[in-house]
Design a protein around this ligand. Structure first.
Ligand code: ATP
Length: 303
């Protein structure tokens, strides 16, 4: 297993005494990964990220970043992290470059960093524009530029594509990918959009009602997804189709002219079709369903 940049050991958390918002969360964020932290609204993503950053405190939380305990080594840890949890307060009457300059002085970074982060985030041409004229996507890129000023090894971003139009979403996705591949950053990015994480992440964690449901590589998730996939077949005689297939497969007759076959490998589709046609059943449609992350997610949380 690759060295973990973030680890939690049976992390529990409640805002009030006796309350538990997070239950037994064991995160393992490998160095060099884009770690997609997935869950619906209210799942506990922001609470977890705030704990990781020491914005919420929990003694004995078992949180370690770069091998050091949080909150014990908070200051040393934060020097190595860039975060985008709440919207940063941009000065709208200042230009992009001036905004960066304000934060650069506060963070005591070298002057050269401003030009560098403008370039990395694709804002060099807009650097002299007042930020009130920036699109939402540009404001988000500026926020990422601010988070990058001190050249952190790890970026933690809470729903960075929220509210952006499709173009803005693509730009942020490409920026995150570039930061990971070409700047060597480990990125933890939370999202409630499964399709988004599937396009971006190398590793995925699924959290629901404060509990961790899945953690692994994208390939492991897709193989799980594959095991849950169904083959949907439209036939002229459901009862006969069920009779033919039920010896070898788990078959569910659906209403009308549809049957579902569970756990069928995609390369078994041809032999299933052959069996049906050979048995005198007419097949008008045959396709895999539940084959996206959305379908998988629903199956895991309703299991
Ligand atoms: P969202 O995308 O909607 O923010 P999330 O997965 O980030 O969802 P959290 O914001 O971590 O979820 O919220 C988890 C639970 O904790 C929710 O039930 C929420 O109401 C509760 N919660 C969050 N912040 C507080 C707070 N400051 N005080 C009390 N309860 C809170």
């Amino acid at each position: 297993m690759k060295q973990a940049v973030i680890e939690t050991d049976h992390l529990d958390y409640g805002f009030q005494k006796g309350e538990r918002i997070l239950h037994d969360i064991n995160l393992h964020v490998p160095q060099g990964s884009i770690y997609g932290f997935l869950g619906p609204n209210g799942a506990g993503k922001t609470t977890t990220l705030r704990l990781l950053l020491g914005l919420l405190r929990s003694e004995n939380s078992g949180i370690r970043l770069f091998g050091n305990p949080m909150p014990g080594s908070r200051i040393d840890i934060l020097k190595r992290i860039g975060s985008l949890i709440e919207q940063p307060s941009l000065y709208l009457h200042l230009t992009g470059r001036e905004n960066l300059e304000v934060f650069r002085r506060a963070y005591e970074c070298p002057a050269s960093r401003v030009g560098e982060v403008l370039q990395v985030t694709g804002l060099s041409d807009a650097a002299a524009k007042k930020t009130k004229a920036y699109s939402l996507g540009m404001k988000q890129r500026l926020a990422i530029a601010i988070a990058l000023l001190h050249d952190p090894e790890l970026l933690i971003m809470d729903e960075p594509t929220n509210g952006l139009d499709p173009n803005g979403i693509i730009e942020i996705r490409e920026l995150i990918r570039d930061l990971n591949r070409h700047q060597g950053k480990t990125v933890l990015v939370s999202s409630h959009l499964l399709a988004e994480v599937e396009k971006l992440a190398t590793h995925v964690c699924i959290i629901h009602q404060g509990k961790l449901l899945f953690q692994g590589t994208l390939a492991e998730l897709q193989s799980l997804q594959h095991r849950h996939a169904l083959l949907e077949i439209e036939v002229d005689d459901v009862a006969r189709a069920e009779q033919i297939l039920s010896g070898r497969f788990t078959v569910f007759a659906q209403s009308g002219f549809t049957v579902h076959v569970a756990h069928a490998e995609p390369d078994e589709a041809a032999s299933i079709n052959h069996m049906l046609v050979g048995g005198g059943v007419r097949v008008s449609r045959l396709c895999a369903v539940g084959n996206d992350l959305e379908g998988l997610f629903l199956q895991i949380i309703s299991a």
